[in-house]
Design a protein around this ligand. Sequence first.
Ligand code: ADP
Ligand code: MG
Length: 496
Amino acid sequence: IWHACLEIIRDNVNRQSFKTWFEPIKPVSLTEEDDQIKLTVELPSRFYYEWLEEHYYSLLRKTITKVLGPKGRLFYKIVIEKEDPQSGFEGISVNMPAHPPETTPPPPPPRTRPVSPTAPPITPESPVEVAEQEPPVPTNPFAIPGIIRKIQVDSQLDPKYTFERFIEGDCNRLARSAALAIAQQPGATSFNPFLVYGGVGLGKTHLIQAIGNYARQHHTAETIRYVSSEQFTNEFVQAIQHNRINEFSLFYRHIDLLIVDDIQFFGGKEKTQEEFFHIFNALHQTGKQIVLSADRPPKDIPGIEERLLSRFQWGLMADVQPPDLETRIAILRRKAEDEGIELGDDVIEFIAHHVKSNFRELEGALLRLVAHAAYQRRDIDLALAREALRDLIKESRVTLTIDQIQQLVCEYFDIEPDLIRSKTRKREIVQARQVAMYFCKQFTQHSLKSIGLHFGGRDHSTVIHACQSVENLMETDPKFREIIEELRHKISLYSR
Ligand code: ADP
Ligand code: MG
């Protein structure tokens, strides 16, 4: 029966492919069960399985239907010679797909991980809808095959990482526009390889996955693969252990758009780097796109080979920086909008002022706020934000400088900051100066003397006098008191 299938397949693929992908397949059994005619074949490895699923799914389906009729089903069994207790390998010694084999392949696995129960056999009635069911994302595609169909190669892409959701700012403009150009024409720009580097939470993964998602959506690349360098390393190590190096490198060489995240983990791994180097060259030579990320400039990664470093120079390296205030505000607005959360400008500014390090923390802060609001059944306002983010803010506690306070006070009263430090005795300036001194005393650790010095070299008794005047006036003049409270509120947004 299998030979009959092979005849049909032979007519439909080129000789080389037939030799490579179909000749090694061995028929195992043919059984009739319930309403099905099950043809089981044995594949030499998971690579075969993935490849067949990826490239020959419909051919196989048609062939099986032709030979076995509409009840025909094709089952796979994958051989492994060696048990690897460390890896997820044991899972695949069960028949592909979910159905256990009649004959357990030797050696019987000590434990079997249930291969995805959603993976049906190739059947004429169950065409591609399997592709729509999101399988659990395998951490290692070689460890859990069988649950994967069309999406196999790029299944690791998170669809939420798109260009549309990527906020542009001075901090990431170059990286973003290069990424977009690449996504539109993978392999055809001079940005090959493209390497994004920068600290944690600055959007590297988001950006390089956006390239993959874009290319998939707009069909600018056919086979797309996103892996972390750790995952690549693990796969490579497993391939060595199981004598599958050829397949491993074949697998990677047919990719049109290869995205490797966090290549700093390649540091010191010589063998992996060597393999990657060869794959890199093969892809580059054939005009395939390579996209990489690292947490620092590659030359600063310890243990990266010279020749790889020099390859990186061929393309473009772009950094991503911590977001500036405008970008932080923009991102909070956007995320709030996306999540359908109503946030006042004061709350947004409050978060943006306090959470500065990276995008991930901004998101974290927002989530926390939402959780607090839900939990306490309160609306989100500044008070809630303060409460919810108290410890976050303590960590990133910013002490205001005297300059900043002067700046804020002057802004509020709409006067030139220079004037507040000058000798001017104009009434409104004097008052602003006193108010600024008062807040410097409250919000900084500076001594009276030091505060005085920052105000055009006045002495400490002037500062004492200023504080007293402000307090007195607050007692007697409710309007003034209001002003002070408002200012205090503004200033406290920046500190605590
Ligand atoms: P990295 O890989 O550099 O550590 P990520 O890409 O994982 O950072 O980003 C962390 C989080 O911040 C993700 O949820 C990501 O969507 C978000 N993020 C980062 N940069 C941006 C940006 N420019 N616009 C929108 N979201 C961003
Ligand atoms: Mg990342």
